[in-house]
Design a protein around this ligand. Structure first.
Ligand SMILES: [Zn+2]
Ligand SMILES: [Zn+2]
Ligand SMILES: [Zn+2]
Ligand SMILES: [Zn+2]
Ligand SMILES: [Zn+2]
Ligand SMILES: [Zn+2]
Length: 262
């Protein structure tokens, strides 16, 4: 008697990646859910929280928008959740297609061509050249407009600045780091590609820095988990009436109680 077409809200398989099933809507918004191959046991909800997380896909940091399992504290960058199976002619490696791998190759030193950091999880790999790129780094292009600088910056050729060269000054970290470098010719201003990643993964816009030690991240994760609980409690409380109204009610009640007890 039930129409099978109405059984579930628009459930279909994303065209971008065959292994991501979007449960609620074709263009995920806050609160929408997906089933991802890397965490098939629970759905992941798209949430926006201004805290640092470690992406369980690429094993790198992120902040802001993420897909999260609220049962397991499992997080994925949005760009990792929707990694395509392959990238044809990426501007930083246009000669061959890059293929998505969910696990590190396990041989050679798997290091990202762009940021020079190790690839420990999701990565795009050229099997001809044996080079890899983080999902985040595939979003870095030869020319970028970064929020940290008023002019368009260009990615210098890998040969222009030897890895670890300290003859320039990175405007973001002021440290000596490996990997490629963005440059503004107007200001003679430099930013490491590895520092530019924080402008793609949500850290920069939330005023956050990548934690320096794993213990610091653990603390950050604990706080974040707590905040998620509070956030969700708030949502549940707000159902059926305005959240603002509920907050004001509670505030008044608390205040009244205090006055009475005096
Ligand atoms: Zn990731
Ligand atoms: Zn889970
Ligand atoms: Zn990278
Ligand atoms: Zn190649
Ligand atoms: Zn830097
Ligand atoms: Zn400039």
């Amino acid at each position: 008697m039930a129409n099978p077409g109405l059984k579930k809200s628009k459930s279909f398989v994303s065209k971008k990646s065959p292994s991501v099933k979007i449960i609620s809507s074709p263009n995920p918004n806050e609160g929408d859910e997906i089933v991802h191959f890397s965490h098939p046991q629970h759905p992941l909800a798209q949430v926006h929280l201004p805290f640092v997380f470690t992406c369980m896909g690429c094993k790198e940091y992120g902040a802001g928008t993420r897909f999260q399992c609220l049962t397991c504290n499992f997080n994925l960058h949005d760009f990792c959740a929707f990694s395509p199976p392959s990238i044809q002619s990426h501007p930083l490696h246009s000669q061959h297609q890059l293929i998505f791998y969910a696990k590190p190759s396990g041989f050679l030193r798997s290091k990202c061509e762009t940021c020079s950091k190790a690839t420990k999880g999701f990565a795009f790999r050229c099997i001809t050249c044996n080079v890899e790129m983080h999902p985040c780094c595939t979003m870095l292009y030869p020319q970028m407009d970064f929020p940290a600088h008023p002019h368009t910056m260009i990615l210098l050729p890998a040969s222009a600045i030897p890895s670890g060269d300290s003859s320039f000054f990175c405007g973001e970290c002021q440290r000596k780091r490996s990997g490629r470098v963005y440059y503004c010719a107007i200001c003679n201003y430099y930013i490491h590609a590895v520092c530019a990643k924080d402008m793609v993964n949500g850290l920069y816009v939330h005023g956050l820095k990548a934690p320096k030690s794993p213990s610091m991240l653990e603390a950050a994760t604990r706080i974040a988990t707590h905040a998620v609980r509070e956030f969700l409690d708030g949502l549940i409380e707000g159902i059926g009436e305005s959240v603002g109204g509920a907050i004001i009610d509670n505030f008044d009640r608390d205040k009244g109680g205090e006055t009475k007890s005096k």
